[in-house]
Ligand binder design. Structure first.
Ligand SMILES: Cc1cc2nc3c(=O)[nH]c(=O)nc-3n(C[C@H](O)[C@H](O)[C@H](O)COP(=O)(O)OP(=O)(O)OC[C@H]3O[C@@H](n4cnc5c(N)ncnc54)[C@H](O)[C@@H]3O)c2cc1C
Length: 558
């Protein structure tokens, strides 16, 4: 049996990145600094090795006609046993494979996807669609209960091509398994780009973005992948749903709206037509300091309501500047940016900085001027804003060494209207800090940045880091479960959503069930029942797996 059927560079099954990725000296220093602040002993622990995991034999046989596309190798099963949340990585450090699927399928084409669903339906096998596996909410774990004969993780990596480009409408038909860098490289020769950059860009796929309604780097206007989707193609156990390519339509409820955020529970996305853009020629950037956080929040609200639509407008609270290694923790920082393929941005940045001035923000005027001085400038990669950008992209790598030392590092994110923000910010921080104190007895580093902004409210994103009292991963994981439950509760109780862009998966289902009207959930269950009558698709995300037949009389009834 080959070690893997994957054709991609080997991934690190217990953390972020490729198997051979390492931290550079600067990153190691920042990591050590963070560990020291958390009070963790810095002795290294041996990284998990594949030989340390025992894997039960598959409970079912692979379909003979598709056997060449099925793998039961320990590495493939381990890599597909979970996503990349803190709990996923902690379980790997404990040498406990989360929930390995019986098989991992690597379909060569859409017909193979159809055949696998037919086989799975006939054999009572649960199918978990898998893109890049970067889910942080239990979206790809084969935790489906015991009502199935077996489980298959359906990895779309071989469906990773840009199939067609329409330069006139500026759109492309792209296969769903393409990872961010793969689709960007194929679009580049056409002079076009999708410009959707989630932090997980390197290791997440188009299908995963659509299935989870991912949030990209644009802070305003094109916040979710939704805004770039022109049409979708979904393979379901009952047939294929192809939506039409249209720039807009008022013809009833939009079918793509049901596909977006369906998290693999309604079908397998095989391709989508995506709206593209020209790469930016003009940029303008500023890094603004505020000594007063509430004033900074007012400023950001004014910017969000100004109609200027900055591409970047991320407010870091004082603690967040510490986390990112771009501040001392005494002032807030606003990373402000505009980009355009069409026009210089002096007027936009000028007006934004007037607003910044009105609310007491300070910035380096010369640096702002430099950022706009030339076309194709890379000044936005320099200075404090550039340092923040680098830290943002590399931060996922920094978490890994700490997990093995009993450090708990995680994020929760939400969105809330401006009228509730002040209470939400204070309440969520208070509740999470209290839960951490109770669960670990430790203090916490707890910070917030706004990832996306709307005229009617921000999307706050909280990061916390603490450690278990005894330094063990087992007690850290037990504590994390309590903290996570309290955080989920806090987000919804203080008026926010359980998730702005990380999706529901299995870990956020309790909050989702609280925030969505029961009648809507029954309506959605009816839709699932229509395309997946036997409930084989990703049981446990969005819906309770016990309601698998979804006859609308079981567990789904509120
Ligand atoms: C370090 C890190 C940073 C992150 N940053 C961001 C961020 O900036 N913005 C953001 O929105 N999210 C972020 N995430 C979360 C995650 O990257 C997103 O949810 C992403 O959209 C998942 O894409 P994926 O291809 O990895 O999907 P997977 O993890 O493989 O799957 C996620 C869900 O989508 C379903 N799915 C995947 N592919 C398909 C398909 N082809 N058809 C049907 N269903 C499918 C799966 O069944 C599962 O329910 C981050 C995660 C990590 C670990």
């Amino acid at each position: 049996m080959p070690a893997t059927l994957s054709r991609r560079a080997p991934r690190r099954f217990w953390g972020w990145g490729n198997a051979d990725s390492v931290l550079d000296a600067r990153e190691q220093a920042i990591t050590q600094l963070l560990l020291a602040r958390i009070g963790t002993a810095q002795a290294e622990r041996p990284e998990p090795r594949i030989e340390e995991f025992s894997m039960p034999a598959p409970r079912i046989s692979a379909p003979p006609a598709l056997a060449a596309q099925f793998s039961a190798s320990p590495l493939d099963r381990l890599n597909h046993s979970s996503g990349k949340s803190y709990a996923d990585c902690a379980r790997m450090w404990l040498r406990q494979a989360p929930t390995p699927p019986d098989w991992v399928a690597f379909p060569e084409d859409e017909q193979a996807v159809i055949d696998i669903l037919d086989w799975a339906q006939a054999q009572n096998v649960a199918v978990i669609p898998y893109g890049g596996g970067s889910s942080v909410c239990g979206g790809v774990e084969a935790a489906v209960g015991d009502g199935y004969a077996g489980t298959v993780s359906l990895d779309l990596e071989r469906l990773n091509r840009v199939l067609e480009v329409d330069p006139l409408s500026r759109a492309a038909r792209i296969q769903a398994g393409a990872l961010g860098p793969e689709l960007a490289a194929q679009l580049k020769p056409h002079g076009l780009a999708l410009r959707h950059f989630p932090q997980s860009f390197e290791f997440s796929s188009l299908g995963g973005w659509i299935a989870t309604r991912a949030g990209g780097h644009y802070a305003t206007q094109y916040t979710h992948i939704d805004d770039f989707v022109e049409s979708t193609r979904l393979v379901t156990p009952c047939g294929v749903i192809q939506t039409r390519r249209l720039p807009g339509s008022g013809a009833g409820p939009a079918p793509d709206r049901l596909v977006l955020g369906s998290e693999g529970s309604l079908g397998v996305l095989t391709e989508a037509w995506m709206r593209l853009q020209l790469p930016p020629r003009f940029r303008a950037s500023a890094s603004v300091q505020f000594s007063d956080y509430p004033r900074a929040v007012e400023c950001v609200r004014a910017l969000a309501q100004s109609g200027l639509n900055p591409s970047n407008c991320r407010l870091l609270d004082p603690q967040e500047t510490l986390f990112a290694g771009v501040g001392t923790g005494s002032a807030s920082m606003l990373v402000l940016g505009f980009e355009s393929a069409d026009h210089p941005l002096q007027a936009w940045m000028g007006r934004a900085l007037e607003l910044v001035g009105e609310f007491g923000g300070s910035y380096d005027q010369a640096a702002v001027a430099r950022s706009m001085a030339e076309e194709h400038s890379d000044v936005h990669r320099q200075g404090a804003a550039g340092a923040w950008r680098d830290a943002f992209l590399r931060m996922p790598y920094w978490r890994d060494p700490g997990v093995g030392l009993g450090v708990i590092m995680d994020t929760v994110e939400s969105a809330v209207t401006w009228d509730r923000f002040a209470e939400f910010y204070a309440g969520v921080k208070r509740d999470i800090a209290r839960a951490i104190k109770q669960a670990t007895g430790q203090d916490v580093l707890l910070s917030c940045r706004m990832t996306h902004l709307y005229p009617d409210g921000p999307a706050p994103y909280f990061t916390f880091a603490t450690r278990s009292a005894d330094g063990s991963v087992a007690s850290a994981l037990a504590a994390w479960r309590e903290i996570k439950q309290a955080a989920n509760e806090a987000l919804v109780a203080h008026g926010g959503t359980i998730t702005h862009h990380h999706a529901v998966g299995r870990d956020h289902r309790s909050g989702y069930e609280r925030e969505v009207d029961p009648l809507f959930r029954r309506m959605l269950a009816a839709a699932k029942h229509t395309v997946d009558p036997q409930g084989i698709l990703n049981p446990g995300v969005l819906f309770d797996p016990c309601g698998r037949a979804l006859g609308l009389t079981g567990a789904l009834l509120p």
